[in-house]
Design a protein around this ligand. Structure first.
Ligand SMILES: [Fe+2]
Length: 372
């Protein structure tokens, strides 16, 4: 049957008001209960015991904790392993209990509690638990955005497709070190301020950046956190480190879609209210604190997962008597790639479009270093 195409008159239409998803906390007890429930089930056919944390405002098409981010609680019992899978979504994971062996493409390492790693798109990945306790991780991916675009590719038998590719061999010149076809398609300048015309070859032979699975062991991260924990509370930045994957270049990500930061706030630190178009999810690793998000007050503590800021909502976080340590995931690199990363560091300052020609934001780090 022929589909009717409608023309929707939007002449003079007002801008659509954005529906911010409210801040919510999934408490530690609920996460622990779900871990036990997953562990009590018979082993699923593919070995992947997982629950996707669904925000009450999510309309689908898949469960998601932020509009473009899903968070899975993934559990492996002792002696279990998962079947390999390969997708065009990318992931950032944190181990929150036990330990296990991570295999991503040709990379293999042992992950322990609070280790973080990324899984590049289109790398087969699988997990193995050789310990006597459960191996549990929080796994964040950009799948909900790809599902919305109806382009989330999945290969549930990546071993077969890899073998096929090997049989087929390098069918084109992409892997060759020889001349590139695009070098023959010379750019044609248009006007005098940078516009050009390029041949098709430029679309299908873009410069490559190697995308690797990287591992940030907690043992190596944690000593450095004392540097940010020890900074004076007058510091106007955030007491954190970003776990940087060089493949994301100027987009300063951990995966191509997300950054992962580990913050360690000193006691009694109150961030200034601010906003950014990237969405934020915090996992509290130690300590406790409180937030105000869109005027809503909310408290959280170690083991909680906090949907801590819908994109572009005004928010701030504060530590209490002992400070806190938290993993924050934001879709910051994705927004830089889309030129949509708006950032307002304090409500008195202008809105910046980060990464473009209006410059970046400066903290008082220089005076902090002088004081140290
Ligand atoms: Fe923020």
């Amino acid at each position: 049957m022929e589909q009717q195409i409608k023309l929707v008159d939007v002449s003079g239409a007002p801008v659509r008001e954005q529906a911010f998803w409210p801040t919510v906390v999934l408490p530690r007890a609920a996460i622990e209960a779900e871990i036990e429930r997953l562990a009590s089930l018979p082993r699923p056919a593919n070995g992947r015991r997982a629950a996707s944390i669904n925000h009450p405002m999510n309309q689908g098409p898949v469960p998601a904790f932020a509009p473009g981010i899903d968070v899975h609680i993934e559990v492996l019992k002792p002696g279990e392993k998962t079947d390999p899978v390969m997708r065009n979504s990318s992931r950032v994971d944190m181990c929150i209990r036990g330990n296990g062996v991570v295999t991503i493409g040709q990379t293999q390492f042992k992950a322990e509690k609070f280790d973080v790693w990324n899984t590049p798109s289109m790398e087969p990945f699988s997990y193995r638990n050789e310990s006597t306790d459960l191996f549990v991780r929080l796994s964040y991916s950009n799948a909900p955005l790809l599902e919305k675009l109806e382009v989330h590719y999945a290969d549930l038998n990546p071993g077969a497709s890899i073998k096929e590719a090997a049989v087929a061999g390098p069918a084109d010149a992409t892997a060759a070190a020889g001349p590139r076809a695009r070098d023959m398609a010379k750019p044609i300048p248009i006007g005098s301020v940078g516009a050009q015309m390029l041949g098709y070859e430029w679309l299908v032979d873009i410069d490559t950046v190697e995308s690797k699975a990287l591992h940030w062991p907690w043992k190596e991260i944690s000593p450095h956190l004392e540097n940010v924990y020890g900074m004076d509370k007058a510091y106007t930045g955030r007491h954190l480190y970003v776990l940087y994957n060089p493949a994301t270049e100027r987009r300063i990500g951990t995966s191509h879609s997300f950054f992962a930061t580990i913050a360690k706030l000193p006691p009694g630190k109150v961030d200034k209210p601010h906003r950014h178009s990237s969405v934020a999810i915090n996992y509290i690793m130690w300590g406790h604190g409180k937030s105000v998000v869109n005027g809503q007050k909310i408290e959280w503590e170690a083991g909680d997962l906090h949907f801590s800021a819908p994109g572009w909502s005004v928010h701030n976080h504060a530590s209490r008597e002992e400070g806190f340590v938290a993993l924050t995931i934001q879709d910051h690199p994705l927004h830089i790639a889309m030129e949509s990363l708006l950032w307002q560091e304090t409500l008195k300052e202008p809105i910046h479009k980060l990464g473009s020609n209006d410059g970046g934001i400066q903290t008082n780090l220089t005076s902090q270093l002088k004081a140290a």
